[in-house]
Write a protein that binds this ligand. Structure first.
Ligand code: SAJ
Length: 458
């Protein structure tokens, strides 16, 4: 539960600090416990905005920083744009003056606590691209003053906080751990998850200086029920990339099993459902057309890249990425087989894709495997149209498509219906009834009763 005011003071009381530093730490700790510190959140995306709202709700004064003026304007108008944020909560905080946003990075100097939640993409060679973290760190360094606490939340490789951020911040002469404080606390946001939100998801915090760790732990404990301190920023960074690597590897395992079951003529969904009846020692993962989103397909390669520095090949990460990136091609191969069985080729066939978002019931098509599947189908001169209730327009992978209404006529005129994302709001009974042929890569039609002769599963 939230740390009491005395707990925070007790923690720093045991630290061996110079008097000036001890006074600085005590003042910041008092401000954290009183929730009077000014909190800056840099990056108002699916991590930053929910975090800003949670801090504002308990009474902190929060200023969001984002380069996108449109996002800043929407926040200042109280108009939400993140699915995991309650519209009314954002509007109320803005109306009460507890949450504002700006593009003016000079206001960083006025903040006591700065939380960074900017993207960490990969470049086209699957290597880390830290440009956003480095740019924000330079902005902070320009306005850095004694007494500020800085916490990085973006998923990144072990060493980013201590080896990249700290030197940039110390360039002006201030020292981490005594003048300012620096920590790493990985975001754990599962977009669309109705059960776990920012405040009830356990939070790991790491820092390489005791005062930084005590202050960051106390700060997160003001709004997060269970905060788990670890002894270094690198340990916290590695913890996070391990979490996402764990998912990528297990998703690849069931995808590989899908490829084998296809050869063996077995139903992988039946096999997996049976395996998951084991009450211990296993965890459900399901096959799909590939792995999307801005985390699972990318983050493990941050660890793979860093491990090479230690002459270490993270073979599981490489293999998982290879298998997961192969799935779109497998989907196209299976689609071609189904069309060929009816004397058709891909060229000139009309394919209706159901769902382009990267996963169920989210509106985000970034890194979606559906984009790669559609791109491959169009490269073979199939005519592809799509319906996605969450994504009205799909302009990824060089595509530019509009979502069509899902009508019986649309389903009937498709030579193949291809379920790529299993949104829960789609009328699969109608689709199964009207489709000439349906390839279901997500087992989305499993709840449609009765025989489904038109349905083939991945
Ligand atoms: N997927 C499968 N089979 C599965 C699970 C997922 O094919 O069994 C696919 C999904 O369809 C999607 C991709 O993998 O395309 C990623 O799905 P995801 O839910 O694992 O990933 P994200 O990016 O939405 O959220 C994840 C978090 N997910 C969960 O913990 C359930 C978590 O790993 C991180 O907190 C978050 O990424 C992040 O921000 O790092």
């Amino acid at each position: 539960m939230a740390e009491t005011r005395s707990e925070g003071m007790d923690e720093i009381g045991g630290l061996d600090l110079e008097p000036e530093v001890a006074a600085r730490v005590a003042a910041l700790m008092a401000g954290i416990q009183a929730q009077s510190v000014r909190v800056g959140v840099i990056g108002l995306g699916y991590v930053g905005l929910p975090f800003a709202v949670e801090k504002g709700k308990v009474g902190f004064s929060v200023l969001g920083f984002d380069r996108q003026q449109a996002r800043v304007d929407r926040v200042n108008q109280g108009r939400n744009y993140i699915g995991d944020v309650a519209d009314a909560e954002l509007a109320a905080l803005v109306a009460a003056g507890r949450l504002r946003a700006t593009t003016d990075m000079a206001q960083l100097a006025d903040m006591d606590v700065l939380v960074i939640a900017v993207p960490t993409p990969l470049n086209k060679n699957l290597n880390p691209d830290l440009r956003h973290i480095e740019a924000v760190t330079r902005d902070i360094a320009r306005h850095l003053r004694p007494g500020q606490l800085i916490s990085l939340e973006s998923t990144t490789y072990p060493g980013t906080t201590d080896e990249i951020m700290q030197p940039l911040l110390e360039a002006a002469g201030l020292r981490a751990g005594t003048d300012f404080f620096l920590a790493y606390s990985p975001e754990r946001v599962d977009p669309g998850n109705q059960r776990y939100s920012t405040c009830n998801t356990n939070k790991v915090v790491g820092a390489s200086h005791p005062a930084s760790l005590a202050l960051a732990t106390a700060f997160y404990r003001r709004t997060i029920q269970h905060v788990v301190p670890v002894g270094s920023a690198a340990a916290a960074e590695l913890c996070k990339v391990f979490e996402n690597t764990f998912r990528a590897v297990n998703i690849a395992l069931v995808n590989e099993l899908t490829l084998l079951c296809d050869r063996m003529g077995l139903n992988v969904w039946e096999v997996l459902e049976a395996a998951f009846t084991k009450p211990f020692g296993i965890m459900p993962f399901y096959p799909g057309p590939g792995v999307g989103g801005h985390c699972i397909p990318l983050d493990p390669h941050y660890l793979e890249w860093k491990a090479r520095e230690f002459n270490f090949n993270t073979r599981f990460i490489a293999l998982a990425g290879e298998i997961n990136r192969h799935m779109p091609e497998f989907v196209v191969e299976k689609a071609l087989r189904l069309l060929s069985d009816r004397g058709r080729g891909l060229q000139g066939s009309r394919i209706l894709a159901l769902g382009v978002a990267y996963k169920q019931d989210v509106d985000d098509p970034r890194e979606s495997p559906a984009g790669e599947v559609i791109r491959l189908l169009e490269a073979r001169r199939a005519t592809v149209v799509y319906h996605d209730p969450f994504v009205p327009r799909f302009s990824e992978f060089g595509l530019d498509l509009q979502s069509l209404p899902l009508t019986e006529a649309e389903v009937r005129q498709a030579d193949l219906v291809l379920v790529l994302t299993d949104h829960s709001t789609v009328d699969y009974a109608m689709v199964v009834r009207e489709a000439v042929q349906l390839l279901d890569t997500r087992n989305a039609t499993r709840r449609v009763p009765g025989p489904k002769p038109s349905v083939v599963l991945l």
